[in-house]
Design a protein around this ligand. Sequence first.
Ligand code: FDA
Ligand code: NAD
Length: 427
Amino acid sequence: MGRAFVYVILGGGVAAGYAALEFVNRGISNGELCIISQEPVAPYERPALSKGFLLPEAPARLPSFHTCVGANEERLTPKWYKEHGIELILGTAVKSADVKRKTLLTATGETISYKILIVATGARALKLEEFGVTGSDAENVCYLRDIADANRLLDAMQSAPGGKAVVIGGGYIGMECAASLVINKLSVTMVFPETHCMARLLTPKIATYYEEYYKSKGVEFIKGTVLSSFDFDSNGKVTAVNLRDGRKISVDMVVVGIGIRPNTGLFEGQLTLEKGGIKVNGKLQSSNSSVYAIGDVAAFPVKVFGETRRLEHVDAARKSARHAVAAIIDADKCGEFDYLPFFYSRVFALSWQFYGDNVGEVVYYGDMSSGETFGAYWISKGHLVGAFLEGGTKEEYEAIAKTTRLKPEIDDLDELQRQGLGFAVTI
Ligand code: FDA
Ligand code: NAD
């Protein structure tokens, strides 16, 4: 058995939702587009899962955070897809793909053929087992990638009121989940191998600000070591984590955020891969002209840096999705994707944004001790290439974004420090 579509989006996450809206805005006919997703629900704003979804009061629940509310656009409920003649094939994993035949085979045994395929399969959370630790399928060990994981985390949290949580990993998931656990009144210890949190992005100085803030909320940090094993009770629940430095910490629950791997498996040997993702050109088109890739799984040319990057952030997912659809429908009018990397996070009462690249010398501004607005610029080869700001206003964030895109020449770092945020605001 089989069905045929003009356009198929493989994956039903953030990028898929934004691509669907762009298809509708640009005009498609009933029955031309289908989305296949192994998740049981229509595309939603994944960032909500580590923030609003975990709040003890008035938590975010579907359908409130279906895409594309995160960009203040229409909320695409299952009804919306129906009304626009878009087939949503949910709860269905694609098991294999044949880009020569232009077909996908689902776990239910259906063959779905396409003229144009958009791969939006995102990524999967890395498991502790990949680092030689066993037992991470215990019911009180939680990863966080999709809504099923988020429900599991909620259950674990609710079964351990006032209890002790260990968070493994000092990246985005670790920091955001630690904050949510504290808000839910669990006591939290964070364990990670680096010397400071958010090591991929933050400098030690900026990271120290966040660590001190977390400590003021009761979070303990154990740095420079990793988990070596779990202790279990007779029901298979984890009771303690053992660290490589010899320490043992008793726990009621564990949250693990140790990075991701893009879901490229279906296309290995069929499409060119780079930086762990599917390599695409400035139209988001892969090495096979009928296959596009968007979101976390796509490695695309970032013009401002003159190199190919794979970005694991929601803004890139939304914008790459829109650009791919523009390139597919209006190929002649559509230029090359020209994306300025943008990352953000919100924890407790804090909120920061980062634009560009974190390479080169760092110039700090503002008063970190006051806990108010502060930030940093990154200067590489005489140009401003990156900007970070904590606690800014909408206008200030727009100013640092605009400035980073302009890549202004900087010859006096002291003067830049003196001007601080004013440099971006007045440029
Ligand atoms: P996404 O993972 O959203 O979707 C992929 C979809 O493909 C999933 O539905 C998956 O089930 C499906 N799929 C995969 N393989 C399949 C197969 N073989 N068959 C069928 N379906 C398949 N970013 C940010 O900038 N700010 C933030 O605050 C956050 N916060 C945040 C919180 C949490 C908890 C997570 C997990 C992630 C974030 N992110 C984030 C990252 C952001 O959510 C991420 O970059 C986007 O979701 C990427 O969108 P994609 O559509 O590429 O993948
Ligand atoms: P990450 O790459 O941000 O951080 C991974 C962390 O894992 C590292 O900082 C390190 O401390 C730790 N680590 C690595 N190996 C380890 C090991 N063997 N033992 C213990 N710790 C180890 O990844 P993440 O935090 O898992 O986030 C997953 C994905 O979700 C990323 O793509 C991220 O961008 C995305 N996300 C983004 C946001 C945001 O942008 N605000 C929020 C949540 C999630």
